[in-house]
Design a binder for this molecule. Structure first.
Ligand code: TYM
Length: 331
C-alpha cells in the first residue's frame, strides 16, 4: 500500500442498510476512497451479540456486501471484506480484553441500551463489543474513522485502549481520530424526528433502505412526521423539517441554505414530495447495480475473498508486533 493515511470503518449486517448509514458513514467512505487507503469491513462478528437466524444472517451479510459495492465502494480502490474472514480481529480482541477494564465497558451507552432491549441475553460479547471494534481499527493502524455520531463513545474508548497500550509497551498503535459529517452525522427517524434512524426499527415507515423501491420511498416521505407550522426552516425545534432538509441536501447536492430559500413558503406537501424524489433519484442506480450484483454470487464471493486476503496480510503485521510486545514466544 502506498504511504497514504489509513481509513477504517464498518457496518453491522443487521436489519436494512438505511439512508442514515449511507449519509452518516458511507457517503464519506466513498468520498475518501480516492485519496486514502480505505478498509471497510462487514462487521459480522459484532452482530452475533444478538441472536440471528443463521440462514437469514448469511444471506443478509452477503446482501450488505453487495450494497457496499452498489453504493460505489470499489474493490480496486479499497479493501472490502467480512470481518469473520480475518481471524486476527478475534485474536487481537483477546489480547486487548486484558488491557480494558470491566467498568469501562459497563459504562458504554450501547451496552446499557442493548442490555435493556435484550434482557434475556446479556452475553459477554455485548459487554466487550467495543474491544472488538477497537481491534478492527487498531489492527490496520487507521488514523481516521468515518462514522455517525452514535459511534463517538466507541472511538473514544478505542483511543484510550491504544494510548494505554502504547504507554506500556512503546508506540504500537496509531491513535485514531473520529471523522464526522458536518451535516448528517445523525439522521433521524421519519416517524420520530427526535430519535436516530435505526436499521432495526420495527416501524417500517421510520426508515428508508438504500435499495428500496421508488413507490415505497415516496410513500414514506409523504408520511414523514413534521410539525404544525407552515415554513420550511432549519432549526433545532423543527426536528422533522431539519432532518428532511439534511437528507434532501445530501442526496441532491444542493446546500441547506439554498433549499430553505427555495422551499420556505411552498408548503410541506411540495417539500416532502421533492425531498422524496431527490432520494429516489440518488438511489435508483444503487438499486440497479445491487440487483445486477446479486445475480452474480461468484463475483461477490471472489471479491470478498480477495478483500480478506489483503486485510489479513495487513492485520498480521500489527498482530505480530503486539504479540512480541506483550512477551508471547514468536513462531
Ligand atoms: P452500525 O452498523 O450501527 O452503523 C453503521 C454506520 O452508520 C452510522 N449510522 C448513522 N449515521 C447517521 N445517522 C444515523 N441514523 C445512523 N445510524 C447509523 C453509524 O454511526 C456507523 O458509522 N459498531 C459499529 C460497526 C463497527 C465499526 C467498526 C465502525 C464495527 N467495527 C470499526 C467503525 C470502526 C456499528 O454498530 O455501526
Amino acid at each position: 500500500m502506498e504511504n497514504k493515511k489509513i481509513i477504517y470503518s464498518g457496518i453491522q449486517p443487521t436489519g436494512v442498510l438505511t439512508i442514515g448509514n449511507y449519509i452518516g458513514a458511507m457517503a464519506n467512505w466513498k468520498a475518501m476512497q480516492d485519496e486514502y487507503n480505505c478498509i471497510y469491513g462487514i462487521a459480522d462478528l459484532h452482530a452475533l451479540t444478538v441472536r440471528q437466524n443463521p440462514a437469514e444472517y448469511r444471506q443478509r451479510a452477503m446482501s450488505f456486501f453487495a450494497q457496499y459495492l452498489a453504493c460505489g465502494l470499489s474493490p480496486e480502490k479499497c479493501v472490502l471484506y467480512f470481518q469473520s474472514h480475518v481471524r486476527q480481529h478475534a485474536e487481537l480482541q483477546w489480547i486487548l480484553n486484558c488491557y480494558t477494564y470491566v467498568g469501562e465497558m459497563q459504562r458504554m451507552a450501547q451496552f446499557k441500551d442493548k442490555s435493556q432491549k435484550h434482557e434475556d441475553n446479556i452475553n459477554m460479547g455485548l459487554l466487550n463489543y467495543p474491544v472488538l471494534q477497537a481491534s478492527d481499527i487498531l489492527l490496520y493502524q487507521a488514523s481516521l474513522v468515518p462514522v455517525g455520531a452514535d459511534q463517538k463513545q466507541h472511538i473514544e474508548i478505542t483511543r484510550d485502549i491504544a494510548i494505554r497500550f502504547n504507554n506500556l509497551y512503546g508506540e504500537t498503535f496509531t491513535v485514531p481520530d473520529i471523522y464526522l459529517s458536518k451535516h448528517g452525522a445523525k439522521i433521524n427517524s421519519l416517524q420520530d424526528p427526535y430519535a436516530k434512524m435505526s436499521k432495526s426499527d420495527t416501524n417500517e415507515n421510520a426508515t428508508v433502505s438504500v435499495i428500496e423501491d421508488a413507490d415505497s420511498i415516496m410513500r414514506k416521505f409523504k408520511r414523514a412526521v413534521t410539525d404544525s407550522e407552515a415554513f420550511v426552516e432549519y432549526r433545532e425545534d423543527k426536528a422533522g423539517i431539519s432532518n428532511l432538509l439534511t437528507i434532501f441536501s445530501v442526496m441532491s447536492g444542493e446546500s441547506i441554505e439554498s433549499l430553505v430559500e427555495r422551499y420556505r413558503t411552498l408548503g410541506y406537501g411540495k417539500f416532502k414530495n421533492d425531498a422524496g424524489e431527490a432520494v429516489v433519484e440518488k438511489l435508483k442506480p444503487i438499486r440497479a447495480e445491487y440487483d445486477r450484483l446479486m445475480k452474480n454470487k461468484d463475483y461477490l464471493k471472489e471479491t470478498a475473498k480477495s478483500g480478506a486476503d489483503k486485510a489479513s496480510f495487513l492485520a498480521e503485521k500489527t498482530l505480530r508486533k503486539v504479540k512480541k510486545r506483550v512477551g508471547l514466544v514468536e513462531n
